[in-house]
Design a protein around this ligand. Structure first.
Ligand SMILES: Cc1cc2nc3c(=O)[nH]c(=O)nc-3n(C[C@H](O)[C@H](O)[C@H](O)COP(=O)(O)OP(=O)(O)OC[C@H]3O[C@@H](n4cnc5c(N)ncnc54)[C@H](O)[C@@H]3O)c2cc1C
Length: 440
């Protein structure tokens, strides 16, 4: 079958199977050939981290069992194919939520571990890997092993954020968070420029549970970095739950639809949607966490050629210098990005290749047009010059040289792989592109 990343710039022809349990996973590992194996879960990574051209692929969608749940501690033991949507449906009515959630409910728990995903509450809750108590992993040679911070700590640190290269995660135990309601109290405010954005984010990152900003990347000059800041805390009273209405994008939009004029018009509307003095209201947690999920297949808006997402993080101390350079470069390129988000991250993750560091993260979509690769290279260079890194979950273009400089934990990661997978049975297009297996 053919699989693709969410950005639809990366495709792979693979031999896939959908095991229903650990025995099926063991059989798939036993059948691996020279082209190796990778897991493809929710398919919400933008690039090639879950693709393995010409090789084997485990589709993990059927590994959805809930093995145990302890309401006192919130500890949940489940299969890796369970999604954040599943968790919300099953546990929110009883007052529990995932401790950390990415921006779409279609991501699986296995994908959340393998990219050590972060949410809008990173300053307070860290990334998903920070909440994992233990995992059962099927190693590349088919042997089962339990990993935790105490049992095989190296393998645990390589698996959190390890891009699926240490084996197949078959069970995950993590702690769910207790909540009083199904809603958050959301405050939205207009922010006139980047300086104001950074100082306002700095104020709210410690006082509010959730923070996320939207930036108008076409704004220039004195308006560079203007946008909307959203901050929220859990509400203590529920809202009536509503079945979420979802609309599907039925076709690939023609390329000309997305141009600086349409994006400028969208950005104007989006900015002025919030009154000058801001507003505060209760909204369902699902709508706040997963606003894009209301529009199914929204990646088709970028047309057949797809789009790249660029996400980087810069450390606190270099953000005030680096973010304007990134935004000016993007704005000058006139590459249209509707949804540029900015968030704060609170600190490093537990994985050798975890993306987070304390700082500011910027994420934006760039349509696949001539010249885009040079722009991505420029953005990666600016990121490096300011001590930052780009996010593998979103990446389809980073060079091996830039990758090595951005991820100082790479050496330890590779040492673990050499020990557990000398024959390179786990492999992916991303691992080959970034030359992860070469000695560093
Ligand atoms: C709209 C949108 C919003 C997003 N927002 C955020 C965000 O706010 N924060 C954030 O951090 N990310 C975000 N992401 C990215 C997304 O969270 C990650 O790419 C995530 O890893 C995708 O998980 P998935 O289940 O779709 O897995 P896939 O994309 O299919 O796979 C991701 C990786 O996990 C590995 N994997 C999956 N299951 C297993 C398993 N059982 N064993 C071993 N390896 C496994 C795969 O091999 C692959 O390397 C967003 C993506 C989208 C489309």
């Amino acid at each position: 079958m053919s699989l693709c990343g969410w950005g639809r710039t990366t495709y792979a022809r693979v031999s896939a199977c959908t095991p229903a349990d650990k025995t099926g996973v063991g059989e798939a590992i036993g059948a691996v050939d020279d082209h190796g194996l990778i897991v493809y879960a929710g398919g919400r990574s933008y690039g090639d981290v879950a693709l393995n051209s010409g090789g084997g692929t485990i589709l993990s969608a059927a590994l959805k069992q809930i093995h145990a749940f302890d309401p006192d501690s919130g500890e949940l033991v489940c299969g890796p194919g369970i999604t954040f949507n599943d968790l919300l449906r099953r546990f929110l009515p009883d007052g529990y939520m995932a401790p950390v959630s990415p921006g779409t409910g279609y991501v699986s728990v296995g994908g959340a571990v393998a990219n050590d995903v972060h949410g809008k509450n990173h300053d307070h809750a860290g990334s998903f890997g920070d909440h994992v108590l233990w995992m059962d992993l099927m190693l590349p040679d088919g042997q089962p092993v339990r990993v935790s911070p105490d049992e095989h700590p190296d393998l645990f640190a390589a698996t959190i954020g390890g891009a699926g290269l240490t084996g197949v995660i078959v069970t995950v135990c993590f702690r769910m968070r207790k909540v009083l309601s199904n809603a958050v109290v959301l405050r939205e405010e207009r922010i006139p420029d980047l300086d104001a954005f950074l100082s306002r984010l700095e104020q709210v990152r410690s006082s509010k549970t959730y923070t996320v900003g939207w930036i108008d990347t076409l704004a220039r000059g004195s308006r560079l970095g203007r946008g909307i800041l959203e901050s929220a805390d859990p509400a203590d009273r529920s809202l009536p739950s509503a079945t979420s209405r979802r609309v599907r994008v039925p076709v690939d939009f023609p390329g000309f639809v997305l141009n600086p004029w349409t994006v400028r018009a969208f950005n104007q509307l989006y900015y002025h949607r919030v009154p000058r003095g801001g507003r505060e209201r209760r909204v369902l947690v699902e709508r706040f966490l997963y606003p894009l999920d209301a529009l199914l297949d929204w990646n088709r808006i970028y047309g057949k050629r797809g789009f790249f997402q660029f996400q980087c993080v810069l450390p606190d101390e270099l953000s005030a210098a680096g973010l304007p350079r990134l935004l000016e470069t993007i704005s000058r390129s006139r590459s249209s990005s509707f949804l540029t988000t900015i968030k704060t991250l609170g600190g490093a993750g537990r994985g050798y290749l975890s993306f987070p560091m304390r700082g500011y993260t910027l994420a934006l979509d760039l349509p696949h047009r001539p010249g885009i690769e040079a722009l991505l290279d420029r953005l990666a260079r600016i990121t490096l010059e300011h001590g930052g890194r780009t996010y593998l979950a979103k990446d389809a273009w980073l060079s091996p040289g830039h990758f090595q400089q951005m991820y100082p934990g790479l050496e330890k990661f590779v040492r673990v792989l050499e020990k557990i997978d000398p024959e390179v049975r786990m492999n992916s297009d991303l691992a080959r592109r970034l030359q992860i297996r070469l000695p560093h």
